[in-house]
Design a protein around this ligand. Structure first.
Ligand code: COA
Length: 178
């Protein structure tokens, strides 16, 4: 069930006096990570967007957060007045158990989303920088992600040093050396 409500549905009118805090995730953040997973996968608005429950029930989607807490799992939460507004995380995968964006088992794959009322305010950039910094401190050599070619998020990833690594047709695998 989706749980958080942002001042009746919108943070925007309050944004100028709100301070975004970044912190490492806790076990209790898993429901919010699921919300952000839904936003990350089904980012296109429109009739084809499944319901939250349906979308997260797809095996290819639900596996992204299955057994959260495995070695190396790392997530950052952005919050305003203790209300989570965005999340980004990376996880290691294997040749036999991987998600979109996978390159190899040494390269964790990033997933990111910001609550729709809080986008384009720099939150996504800050969370990506947090993950890159954390990866650097933990001897991660590379990070990867998947990006649809028509998602403006590609610009964000390029600005942060990610480069197109594999062209998959309508999406790229992008990689950043740490
Ligand atoms: C992609 C996402 C995580 C970015 O987070 P954000 O907080 O909105 O990003 P930022 O405000 O830090 O913006 C970073 C850059 O992204 C691009 N960008 C962000 N919002 C944009 C918009 N509405 N239109 C065009 N470009 C945009 C710009 O290049 C921006 O840089 P700039 O501010 O210097 O122009 C967020 O928009 C989101 O959750 N989108 C839906 C889920 C999704 O698509 N996830 C990624 C799947 S690959």
């Amino acid at each position: 069930m989706r749980t958080h409500h942002l001042n009746g549905g919108s943070l925007k009118p309050y944004w100028p006096r709100m301070k975004t805090i970044l912190r490492k995730s806790r076990h209790s953040d898993i429901p919010f990570l699921r919300e952000m997973l839904y936003e990350a996968v089904f980012w296109r608005d429109g009739a084809t967007r499944p319901s939250f429950e349906e979308g997260l029930a797809y095996p290819e989607v639900s596996k992204a957060l299955a057994d959260w807490g495995r070695a190396g799992d790392t997530a950052v939460i952005a919050s305003v007045d203790s209300i989570p507004v965005g999340a980004a995380w990376y996880r290691y995968w294997t040749d036999s158990n991987s998600i979109r964006g996978y390159v190899d088992k040494e390269t964790p794959v990033i997933v990111i989303a910001v609550h729709r009322d809080c986008r384009h305010q720099g939150v996504g950039t800050r969370m990506m920088e947090w993950l890159i910094d954390y990866a650097s401190q933990n001897s991660v050599q590379k990070l990867s992600l998947s990006a649809s070619k028509d998602n403006y998020a590609i610009d964000l990833y390029r600005q942060l040093g990610f480069r197109e690594h594999v062209d998959k047709g309508d999406w790229f695998i992008m990689v950043r050396e740490i």
